[in-house]
Design a protein around this ligand. Structure first.
Ligand code: BGC
Length: 432
């Protein structure tokens, strides 16, 4: 183990989760529907997940005992507003208890309002390509913040608002290759984490089933993790801006940001134009919409390298994660630096982590990632926290329960928790 250089006491050291991935029985959400369909592209249905809905107290205690001082989790829209316009006070009480539990254990809550899953009714009404979603998101935000705002210091409005654009990029390439009747040759390193793009043929059948399930034309099924048009991209950013305005109007002291999925794009001679375009698409285009935010939620998992012919696949023997991307914790430092070139306000690392069944990989990943953060901070970059993905081994979207991202293992037959060494290592950086 490297020597631990502790952060000062205001620095947030913690872990992240998302409601659908950990709570269990999120029955009013679009993912619940999609996981259960015939021909589903989801490896496992989420079912009870890791029962965090009932066991949050135990999980928060484990975090606190290990020395963590922050917890990023999401509030599930599908629970709060299970049918259009009907808000469920009982679910507000649930999240109030979770928030209180954080405070009682000296844990600063960082709340995400939308982390990929949406209410079924929203998707049936056109989902994330439909203008009316803006008004619905505003109402949901207003309700949550007026009910719970007094307990929330930080809000991430939307998780990885740019994910749809990243999916579009991959899908377009896929389509071009298919149209040219070429053998589809998507390089491994391009395939989006969690997006089961390989099974394209079975996806046609699955899309039909989705249409039927949501009661609309399959082409109109616009869940959050789908290709995004420019119009959809604008709708998402308008949701963010309007939500920020509402939060500030109700509780000006809440710190508001958005989170984006960012890669450490690197180039060898000849790849510069690719990287320039990707940085514009993934990050720079969003700057006007986030100017008034209080912090930037940075999420990073790996790097991608470009050359004259486009992306360069990791060479034979490269160390890889169980998600099929390169094991490269140094990417975080690279991304922080490139964000800081354009963003002078606080940066919060809201996700960073590694899928591995060997916890030693995670320990090393955390140590290197944090070393990078500390280097950036020493040079004057304003990083305010590091929230590791993820607190628990959980439901990894299309890849189901196989990838292990957690600082805590869970035996899902008994829902017993087994804290890993990495939890302790992460906690050792906080001066709590
Ligand atoms: C998402 C998480 C996901 C993680 C690992 C991020 O893109 O926000 O929900 O589990 O990546 O794939």
């Amino acid at each position: 183990m490297m020597e631990t250089k502790k952060f000062n006491e205001n620095f947030l050291i913690g872990a992240s989760t998302a409601a659908h991935q950990v709570e269990g029985n999120n029955t009013n959400s679009d993912f619940w529907v999609m996981e259960q369909l015939p021909g589903t592209v989801y490896k496992d249905p989420s079912l009870d997940a890791v029962d965090h809905y009932n066991r949050y107290e135990e999980d928060i205690k484990l975090m606190a005992e290990a020395g963590l001082n922050a917890y990023r989790f999401s509030i599930e829209w599908a629970r709060i507003e299970p049918s259009k316009g009907n808000f469920d006070k009982k679910e507000i009480e649930h999240y109030r208890d979770v928030l209180k539990c954080c405070h009682e254990h000296g844990i600063t809550p960082v709340v995400t309002l939308h982390h990929f899953s949406s209410p079924i009714w929203l998707i049936s009404a056109g989902g994330w390509e439909q203008e009316s979603t803006i008004g619905h998101f505003e109402e949901y935000t207003r309700y949550v913040v007026s009910e719970l705002g007094d307990l929330i210091p930080y809000i991430c409005t939307i998780n990885e608002a740019n994910m749809g654009i990243q999916i579009t990029r991959i899908m377009e390439k896929y389509k071009r290759q298919a149209e040219m009747a070429q053998k589809v040759d998507l390089k491994k390193s391009e395939v989006q984490t969690g997006l089961n793009i390989q099974s394209q043929s079975s996806m046609a059948q699955y899309f039909m089933a989705c249409g039927e399930a949501f009661g609309i034309d399959p082409r109109d099924v616009q869940v959050f993790l789908a290709s995004r048009t420019d119009k959809g991209n604008k709708i998402i950013m308008t949701c963010h801006e309007k939500a920020r305005r509402i939060i500030k109007e109700l509780k000006p002291e809440i710190q508001v940001g958005i989170t984006l999925s960012l890669y450490d794009y690197q180039t060898i001679p000849g790849g510069e134009s690719y990287v320039k375009k990707l940085e514009e698409e993934d990050f720079l285009q969003y700057l006007p919409s986030i100017q008034e935010d209080d912090f930037f939620g940075l999420q990073n998992y790996t790097r991608k390298i470009y050359g004259p012919e486009g992306i360069i696949d990791p060479s034979e023997g490269t160390r890889m994660t169980d998600m099929g991307n390169e094991y490269y914790p140094e990417a975080l430092e690279g991304v922080i630096r490139s964000v800081a070139n354009h963003w002078k306000k606080p940066i919060l690392v809201t996700e960073n982590g590694v899928a591995s069944t060997n916890d030693k990989d995670r320990v090393e990943f955390i140590e290197k990632a944090i070393e990078g953060i500390q280097q950036c901070m020493a040079e004057g970059i304003d990083v305010r926290g590091y929230l590791h993905w993820s607190l628990l081994d959980n439901f990894e979207w299309q890849k189901g329960y196989e990838p292990k991202f957690g600082l805590i293992a869970v035996d899902r037959t008994t829902q017993t928790r087994y804290p890993k060494e990495s939890l302790k290592v992460l906690g050792s950086y906080s001066s709590k």
